[in-house]
Design a protein around this ligand. Sequence first.
Ligand code: HEM
Length: 428
Amino acid sequence: MAKSRPLPTTGALTGIFETLSFFSDPSFARRRFERLGNVFETSMLGQSMVFIQGDQAIADLLSQPEAVEGWWPESVRQLLGSHSLANLNGAAHKARRRVVAQLFTSLALQRYVPGIINLIDELAQELKAAQSPVSLAERMRRFAFSVITTTVLGLEGNDREKLFSDFEVWTKALFSIPISLPGSPFAKALKARKRLLEKLQKILNQPVNGKGGLDLLAGGLDEAGIPFADEDLGEQLLLLLFAGYETTASSLTCLMRELLLNPQIETWLREELDTLDWPPTPKQATMIYDPSKAPRLDALVKEVMRFTPPVGGFFRRTKQSLVLDGILVPNNRVVQVALIASNRNGIGDLDIFRPQRHLENDCSLNLIPFGGGERVCLGKALAELEIRLMVVGLFRKLRLEALPEQDFSLRQLPSPSPRDGLLVKLKT
Ligand code: HEM
């Protein structure tokens, strides 16, 4: 093993203060990194946690998959369920990933394109007809939810609405104290989870209706060639709702917020948008807005993911001691890759939103908003597609302005979103 230094620590014991600071102070990790270096340990509610930032520490972590396993906080673990691939490791994780990945191949994405374009057209119509200000954050949540439920799962309006209300209850408790006291958010979320799974089960039991992509799962087999049980598949679908909804909605809302607050960036982007085709054919859609054809759009999306990453950090647990950026991290430690702090750590104007930086020759930023290694986000291509289609479709059709009297600051959890919902109206 390479020569290493001991792990710096904040010295926290109970972790109560650390936990409160983590939830209330957006620069929690950054201040500790400045004091203790790129790898340090603290305690969060009795759980020891190692925070890491920077290319070297992250590359060291992701290049040693045999030394780590996936980890989520107890509340997430219980609400996702024991079959969920997010909670599994090794062969069980790989087998389920292979099945679920069938929903996100390039052919599957092509199938979803017309549905996504319809949702964007409907939203543009609604915004044009609106008599009063509209919350763009709320519309982006609905959109991201509909993409998964309608285009991926193939649900009709009524079934979708029923799922939405339970889902909102379930999401609220994902990062909460996992004690099921009667009436607590966690207890309500456990009940909502049960109802959600029953509904997802029904969907899986229905004959394939040709809508959505569920027929692509029909060949889902485990290592021994035996189809997964419905209960198992139901938990994978629940994971897709969790993983793909809040995250995509957040990146879309933060992107719109930056364009509305920085008209010069909107003007710069529009010069390129005016040259792009809309609507694209399904086949075109997956490549027409790629970096070579739409470099400014690509730079804008990268900058949103850098500046306001939808997932602020992701986790691993060490199965043996390992060295990260020269620091020895012992066995059985939870490691959090701190993306928010990492993305702004370095030389230059990294505290400013400036998409143009990604088009400069000397840009050496190494961004991993979708995680990395064996657990890299399964919905990355779908999220990238949704975001690009929404920006081109919406901005080609209309011009929006934000109401000046509102709080544009971001609440950070579960994903960044403007506190007043980003109220907009058509530009006159
Ligand atoms: C902008 C949107 C999104 C972002 C930033 C994002 C980010 C992430 C991150 C950071 C992880 C953890 C990766 C790791 O541990 O290395 C993850 C995992 C995952 N994501 Fe996403 N995600 C997004 C959208 C989606 C969508 C749309 C879906 C599917 C509908 C999805 C499905 C998943 C799944 C299933 C996992 C678990 C993978 C595993 O444990 O093997 N994500 N995502």
